[in-house]
Ligand binder design. Structure first.
Ligand code: SF4
Length: 529
């Protein structure tokens, strides 16, 4: 039920209780039907017929009034099971249960940006500027839904498997929506979304990009393909599915690390151990760990490029085989054995960094490795390698720049907010979740979507992403940075009246418990880079 048709005009409206800056401000145009109202909560400027929604499904025309249809999410430190979760704001509605707010300690409640409405077109104060007291100190939280064109998701995928070459394009529905970026420890990394794909390509690329970003931010699964690489299904907090196979284990370390960690346990049980890894393959007797344990050299001759003793790069190509390489037969990375050093009966373990692949060999008279049953004591160490692997997960971090418009909703002199954040005077959160603030200019924040409330993300067809952001600080600090002091309201007022501007404001609030993993946002020092 979306509508995005261009006409003009404004219906009549009641006088507001608060200083009024309208969500829709375009002067009436006689060509526009009386039944339509214009939403200017984003640059799309939908004209919405009565009973219909705007193009983003977030604003509606109900009886000639523009409403934000989702409730604004309030966090409570303690929330009883039988408490009502959804409560209408008592804004002159005789049918609505009146909320007097007197059962709440103000230090127990946090207003998030989820569902709160925006500051667009940038001159309006934020919809909620809420005062409260924490440990006797007057605090204020400035709450808004940001419209982010400059934002992306950094996705950490715990797998050794080859997903695609660094810089390879990542696609959804055939459109490029990101790229493979630098791999990290035991994980492949993707950079998804961002202004280049939102604005720099075709309309379809932008549309598919916001669709992907909204789903990923809202903890839903997305299906991606990587040019020259894997098919992927990723979802925050879930194991990745690579080429149809659900990943199980995140490796304990690189091949060299595994050799070092378990060297003492292998002593006396194996004469050589090779831990196969796409990046750094470890060879125990050559490795410093083996030398420190006085292990006898085995005479093994490895393929690949020797980096330092017992550490080999590029023993095979990346792939979905052993240790994130493309090999199925581990012996293929052994060139041979030095007949002056190796001996018949030499016991060789080959394993991957997760222990998912492992094989036991004994050299025969011709110094050829022959497969044998793995001794139980060796098997126990391989199982311990597996036990030390953590469950493979996808982690999704939202990264966004809070630009001029957002900051103007906080203060008339936006640079003062930036400075106050950098001076650790303001705590920035996204839906109440902690946000890491990057150093340098501007306000670039990063939050784990798993710590944010459900359905924190939305879209507008510009295209851009909608996401919550809150700035909490002492009231005195807010005044000092030129905050919109005339719009500061107590929590009780907010609970009983909703947002200060009525056009496009949410009509209900939703209580959610504060997630245990998150620090309480009020009274916290910011996470600065
Ligand atoms: S897309 Fe949504 S926010 Fe933008 S003008 Fe339309 S209804 Fe309003």
């Amino acid at each position: 039920m979306t509508e995005h048709s261009k006409t003009d005009g404004l219906p009549g409206m009641q006088a507001p209780a608060m200083p009024q800056v309208l969500e829709r401000a375009k002067p009436r145009n006689d060509r526009m039907s009386d039944a339509k109202i214009e939403c200017n909560a984003c640059p799309v400027l939908c004209q919405i017929s009565e009973g219909r929604l705007g193009a983003c499904d977030r604003y509606a025309n109900r009886d000639g009034q523009l409403l934000r249809v989702d409730p604004v999410v309030f966090l409570r430190r303690t929330l009883e099971q039988d408490e009502p979760r959804l409560v209408p704001f008592a804004v002159g509605d005789a049918q609505a249960p009146q909320w007097n707010g007197d059962v709440l300690g103000t230090d127990q409640v946090f207003v998030t940006g989820v569902g709160s409405s925006t500051t667009y077109p940038d001159y309006k104060p934020a919809p909620f500027i809420v005062s409260s007291q924490v440990d006797g100190v007057d605090m204020v939280t400035v709450v808004t839904e940001g419209i982010f064109s400059y934002c992306s998701f950094k996705v950490k995928i715990d797998t050794d498997r080859f997903l695609g070459a660094e810089q390879a394009n990542v696609r959804m529905k055939g459109e490029v929506v990101g790229h493979v970026t630098t791999a990290e420890y035991g994980s492949q990394m993707l950079s998804l979304g961002g202004v280049h794909h939102l604005t720099g390509g075709s309309k379809k690329e932008g549309r598919v990009t916001v669709e992907m970003m909204e789903a990923l931010g809202n903890k839903q699964a997305v299906e991606l393909t990587i040019d020259g690489g894997a098919q992927l299904v990723i979802q925050a907090g879930r194991a990745p599915i690579v080429n149809g196979v659900q990943e199980q284990r995140m490796r304990v370390g690189c091949g060299s690390a595994v050799v070092g960690i378990f060297a003492r346990q292998f002593l006396g049980l194996a004469d050589e151990v090779v831990v196969l890894d796409d990046h750094i393959t470890g060879v125990l007797t050559e490795h410093q760990a083996g030398r420190c344990l006085d292990m006898k050299p085995s005479g093994i001759d490895m393929r690949g490029r020797k980096s330092t003793p017992g550490r080999y790069f590029q023993v095979a190509n990346p792939g979905n085989g052993w240790g994130g390489t493309d090999i199925a037969d581990p012996l293929s990375i052994i060139e041979g054995w030095d007949a002056q050093v190796a001996w018949p009966g030499l016991r060789l373990l080959m394993t991957s960094t997760t222990g998912e692949h492992a094989a036991w060999y004994v050299l025969n008279e011709q110094l050829q490795p022959t497969p044998q049953d793995m001794p139980a004591a060796v098997r126990a160490i391989v199982e311990r390698i597996g036990e030390n692997c953590e469950p493979s997960l996808c982690s999704v971090m939202f990264l966004a720049g809070a630009g001029g418009s957002l900051r103007a909703g906080v203060t008339e002199n936006p640079v003062l907010l930036t400075r106050a954040i950098k001076q650790a005077l303001v705590n920035v959160t996204c839906g109440g979740a902690p946000a890491f603030v990057w150093p340098g200019g501007g306000i670039t924040v990063m939050s784990d979507v798993l710590r944010m409330p459900e359905r924190s993300f939305g879209t507008v067809p510009t295209p851009a992403i909608i996401a919550p952001i809150e700035f909490s600080m002492r009231l005195s600090e807010y005044q000092a940075l030129g905050g919109h002091m005339a719009y500061v309201r107590s929590l009780q007022e907010v609970l009983s009246q909703g947002a200060w501007h009525k056009e496009g404001a949410p009509t209900a609030l939703q209580w959610q418990p504060q997630p245990d993993a998150n620090p309480w946002p009020l009274g916290q020092a910011p996470m600065l880079g």
